[in-house]
Design a protein around this ligand. Structure first.
Ligand SMILES: [Zn+2]
Length: 173
């Protein structure tokens, strides 16, 4: 998650001419268009998959980001999906990469959209298996009791939305 998710070429993928912004015929929004060959460069949101890993004792894992954006803030493990993997597989892989933690019993917890920069975050609650350790893009890991979640130091709106839903469900269930 180092670069802006929608960093892209300013030049046409078809013919190499410079792209301009225009509303294509039959469309209703401004797009990046090649005036030379008519190619339209659509920009779509990107899916992110992650887990909220919890142990039998009810504590959940958060990790401190070692990279921008929001360096130093707390987040649950997650990242951009790769082509060829399912959302569940991406969530499990990211949890292993960032927290060296195996998770099982994934259940969809929620889907959260951040219209800017255009990210759809798919969040699973999961059972943690074994111990966690500091992994890629992470400077610190910690297990939090639900009432001790550092609400003021979370990374993204979607981090807070997902953890609010998760804690509410825990309290009810
Ligand atoms: Zn072109």
């Amino acid at each position: 998650m180092t670069s802006h998710p929608h960093s892209f070429s300013r030049y046409c993928m078809q013919c190499g001419q410079r792209l301009t912004t225009a509303v294509p015929e039959g469309d209703h929004k401004r797009r990046l268009v090649c005036m030379d060959c008519g190619f339209v460069h659509y920009i779509n949101p990107r899916p992110v998959a992650g887990t909220i890993p919890a142990r039998e004792d009810g504590r959940l894992l958060l990790l401190r980001r070692a990279i921008e954006p929001r360096l130093g803030s707390w987040v649950f493990p997650g990242g951009y999906m790769d082509v060829g993997e399912t959302a569940e597989e991406a969530a499990i892989r990211e949890t292993m990469e960032e927290a060296m933690l195996e998770v099982t019993q994934l259940q969809l917890s929620g889907v959260y959209t951040r219209p800017e920069p255009g990210v759809v975050v798919i969040v699973y609650e999961a059972l943690a298996v074994g111990e966690a350790a500091v992994g890629e893009e992470t400077s610190e890991i910690a297990w939090f009791e639900p009432e001790k979640i550092p609400w003021g130091e979370l990374a993204f709106d979607s981090t807070e939305w997902a953890l609010r839903d998760w804690t509410r469900r825990r309290a009810e269930g």
